[in-house]
Design a protein around this ligand. Structure first.
Ligand code: NAD
Length: 250
């Protein structure tokens, strides 16, 4: 099989959850990973890591400097996200809206731009969107808008970066059993019922595992996907295959 172009795999939001699973999978498969997060991601034997806020110019410059030292970028995974401003369209604060759009939508644009000259033909960008970028959830206006924006930004990026031989795709995960999702379930009034409710959103009747998302991202970034660009791939156990919650009408 053809190899990835030279350089590191940059994974943002690598300290926990899906990002951590992505970093671990690339490292296991012999790739050099640059893990990025607000707090220093856990050490992966011998791999570089950096503390950086992707929504700031200073953070992006730190990432770019390290990536250059590593000889370029083979794959950029824009995974970091801010999910801390829930609320309906009538409630969401302007500040929460800005932070959400800044981290989830603007940062992927600006980080890709910062790194593009370090990406050789054959390299790839994978954006981590959400089923909430395809359809909306009540009381989550900013996150919905940010992920919907990221979905169409992915298509725009695929067109504009095609002349450089850089492919751009996205995944749209369903509910994934990350630390934060499991903590939210545990903090609910009836954790067992809440867990079942989440499970029942998916045709496969379970939550996804972070590694199951990482495996699809790995594929999208790899030469096996060399004729795929501009695609939004749901990794959602069949959630978006139905207009009903799996098995029962909503
Ligand atoms: P998480 O909140 O557990 O982890 C996100 C990581 O990103 C954290 O370590 C956080 O510190 C980091 N981060 C946040 N803002 C940052 C910034 N400005 N700069 C650098 N790092 C920053 O999230 P997760 O559940 O693992 O989700 C990862 C991605 O998958 C996100 O894009 C999320 O929207 C998406 N997603 C998750 C689910 C799910 O069920 N967990 C479902 C659909 C989509």
């Amino acid at each position: 099989a053809p190899a990835l172009p030279p350089g590191v795999v940059v994974v943002t939001g690598a300290a926990r959850g899906i990002g951590r699973a992505i970093a671990e999978l690339y490292a296991e498969r012999g790739h050099r990973v640059l893990g990025v997060d607000l707090t220093l991601p856990p050490a992966l034997r011998g791999h570089p890591r950096v503390r950086a806020d992707v929504s700031t110019a200073a953070g992006r410059e730190r990432i770019t400097r390290l990536a250059r030292e590593e000889g370029g970028v083979a794959v950029l995974v824009n995974n970091a996200a801010f999910q801390g401003a829930p609320g309906s369209v009538l409630e969401v604060s302007e500040r929460g809206w800005s932070r959400t759009l800044g981290v989830n939508l603007t940062a992927p644009l600006l980080l890709t731009r910062a790194l593009i000259d370090l990406m050789a033909p054959g390299s790839a960008v994978v954006n981590v969107a959400s089923v909430q970028g395809l359809f909306a959830e009540q009381n989550n206006a900013a996150y919905n808008a940010s992920k919907g924006g990221l979905v169409n930004l992915t298509r725009a990026m695929s067109l504009d970066l095609a002349p450089r031989g850089v492919r751009v795709n996205a995944v749209a995960p369903g509910a994934i059993a990350t630390e934060s999702v499991l903590a939210a379930i545990a903090a609910s009034g009836d954790p067992e019922q809440t867990r079942r409710d989440y499970e029942d959103l998916h045709a496969l009747r379970r939550l996804g595992e972070p590694r199951e998302v990482a495996q699809v991202i790995y594929f999208l970034g790899s030469p096996e996907a060399s004729f795929l660009t501009g695609v939004i791939l749901p990794v959602d156990g069949g959630m978006t295959a139905s207009f009903m919650m799996a098995g029962r009408p909503v």
